[in-house]
Every structure is written in C-alpha cells, then in structure tokens.
Design a protein around this ligand. Sequence first.
Ligand code: SF4
Length: 428
Amino acid sequence: MKKFIIETYGCQMNIADSELVATVLKTAGFEQTNNIDEANIIIFNTCSVRQHAEDRVKGRISNEQARKRDKSDLIIGVMGCMAQRLQEELLELNIGVDFVVGVDQYHNIPNIINDHLKIKTDFNHQEVYHDIYPTRKGKFNAFVTIMRGCNNYCTYCIVPYVRGRERSRPIDEILKEVEIAGNNGFKDITLLGQNVNSYDYDGIHFPELMEKVSQVESIQRLRFVTSHPKDLSDELIKVMASNDRICKHVHLPMQSGDDEILKRMNRGYTSDHYRQIIKKLRTAMPNIGLTTDIIVGFPGETQEQYQKTYDLMKEIGYDYAFMYKYSPREGTKAAEFTDQVEEKVRLERLKEIIELQREITLQKFKGQIGSVKHVYVENISKKSDLELSGKTEDFKIAVFKGEKSLIGTFVDVEITDATSGTLIGKRV
Ligand code: SF4
C-alpha cells in the first residue's frame, strides 16, 4: 500500500484542504503516515501570499528530492496556491517535483498518482467538493469550509487569481460535516472561507447559516473566519449577540486606517464605515474579542497615511493583530504601482505597529483580570505539567491549575493575571 504524507503551509484554508485531500486519498486506498521516512508520496500544500512563503517551500521540496536516491519510487507532489500560480514552472525548476495539482482538481489526485500524470490545474468554478467529509487531525477545533474562492480583487492579493471565483457549499453538506465533527468530539467549530459574510446558497445568507449551524446538537461553540468589513451585516451582529453558542469574537481585517489607501487597495469601505461596524459590534456585545489584519507600506503610503493606521489601531484597541509589511505579488495590480515604498520604511512602520500592538494586547489582557471566562480545555500547558490551557469564547488562551481529566471539557476560570499572550487564572 502506498503511504502518503502532506506538509501544509499557509492559512486555515490550506489546513482544511489538506484534510480534504487526505480523505480523498484514504478513500482511494492510500494510507496516511506522519513519518516522512516511510512515505512513498510527499505532497506539499503551498501558500502564495508572500514570496517568502513560496521560496521557503521550494527549499523544502529541493531538500526532499535527495530521498529519491534511496527510494526510486518516491513521488513528490505540489498542491495549493503556489501550484495553481506557477503550474509547469514548478516541474521545470528541477527540484524533484513529479506532479502539480490545482485547487479545483483534488478529486483527481489518486488518478494523477496512479497514472503518473504531471499536471492538472484547470479551474472549475463550481467545485465545492460535494460529499467529502474530512477525517480531521487534532481533537477539539474543527474548521469547516463553507465557501471557496474570492471575488474581491483587493489589489495586493493573489488569492482570487489562484483560488478562482466565489462559490458557496450547500447548507445540508455543511450541517452534515459539522454534525460529524461534533460527534467525533470537536466541540468548537469554525466556519471557514475567504469572505464568509458573502455566503449565499439558494438564497440562504451567512446569518441564517450561522443560526442553523448553531443548532447542531453535537457542538458547543461556533466561530467564523474571515469577515470582510464591506459585507458584515447588522443581521449577523444581531444573530451573534442573541445566540449563546456563537462565540463573541470577530476577526475583521482593517488593513489600513487611511481612506485613500483603502481605495487603492480596492477594499470597498472607508475608515468611518469600519469604525461604525466596530461600534455596532461593541454596542451589541460589550465584551467581544476583536482581532485584525494590518498592512503597512502599501504603495504610495505617506507618513501621514501610515499615521492614520497607527491611530486607528490605538483608537480601536484590538486584542490581537496580524501585521505585515506590504509584499508585492507578481500578477496583482498593486505590484505594478510605481510608487512602491522603500523596504526600510516598510520595515520601520511594521516594527512600530508591532510594538504598539504588544502594549495594547498587554493592556487588554490585564483588563480581563477579575473576570470569569468559560474555557474549552485543550492541552497541558507548555510551561508546567500541573497546568492546563484552553481557549476562551473571545479567542484568548487561558492557563490554570487543573487535572488532566479536564481536557476536552468546559470549565469556568477566574482571571487573576495576564501576559501579552495569555490569561492566567484559577478554576471556579
Ligand atoms: S477579500 Fe481581498 S484580501 Fe481577502 S482573499 Fe479576497 S482579495 Fe484577498
């Protein structure tokens, strides 16, 4: 029996796709292994969001081709965004790639392997992988894909070019997958898509989908990622606020605090619109956890425009932020803008906002002292065998003293201290 291993890079979407491909292969009679030494098939699930991500995985593939000296039947495959973007180029690099498979062709991976095919990367704008219910890694948190692709064409982003047009999965299949995950012990479910707020299947939109999924008996918590500020509706806020199973956390990419830059990014909202959504979310759910994505050094960003991002971060006070300096991606509109910001300036701005966010996070986490959090216990803490760690409803890690037997259960924890990444508490 052929054994395969999948090495995954990039976002949650890729992690979910690796689970999907593993299920496709296992159904076709292949066996999954976690030990690369015993694998006959190594598949790299790749990311294209930054050049660095592509270079890193090319380096990894190149290293692994040395194994072919001792194992002549070893097959190396590449899937995911970089496979879709570079296609034949990956075969021509001479780094040992045997096959390249695009994001809408995962059904065909068993045939590609069995028939020694080299490449299959055609787009299929309807592909949502009907009736595949992935077997999952991990124990407690399951990511369930509800849609694929993106129509937004933010000018810095490669995703619409490599993932194709937006399409939503049928609601029945989503409900079935959530139910199976819940029955297998995954009590915390995250609905996943590039822009979940534009979910639309047969006239059912995202708020209604959330309501329906939250009623699945076998689960206890429901989250979603990623939201787009132009599509996050009042209806969704109402549903979130009134439903105990929906976690009070939103990841809402702000990207920039300056309207001109937002326009050049083609984000479809202004900083004021963004502020209004935050206000509505906090009015409806005063303790909501808020996280975001920020890009600094976008082409043409002046010091003044950058300052607006810095100021808006301060004004909103996110619990956490994923921060990046702009990285040009070939094939996107922004990469062609002629007013690229000097690398040194991008880096300085990035360092400055990272420092700002570190202070804000610490302050936000310290602000939780005295509160009681409902924690889904997932692990023994990294620092001590006597402590457990888990996730709060508002997406923070909490650590407290407790017995191993509590892993997999929900407990109330009173927060007594905090660092800029962890809440520390005691069970109540
Ligand atoms: S919404 Fe914008 S940033 Fe997000 S995947 Fe689509 S194009 Fe990329």
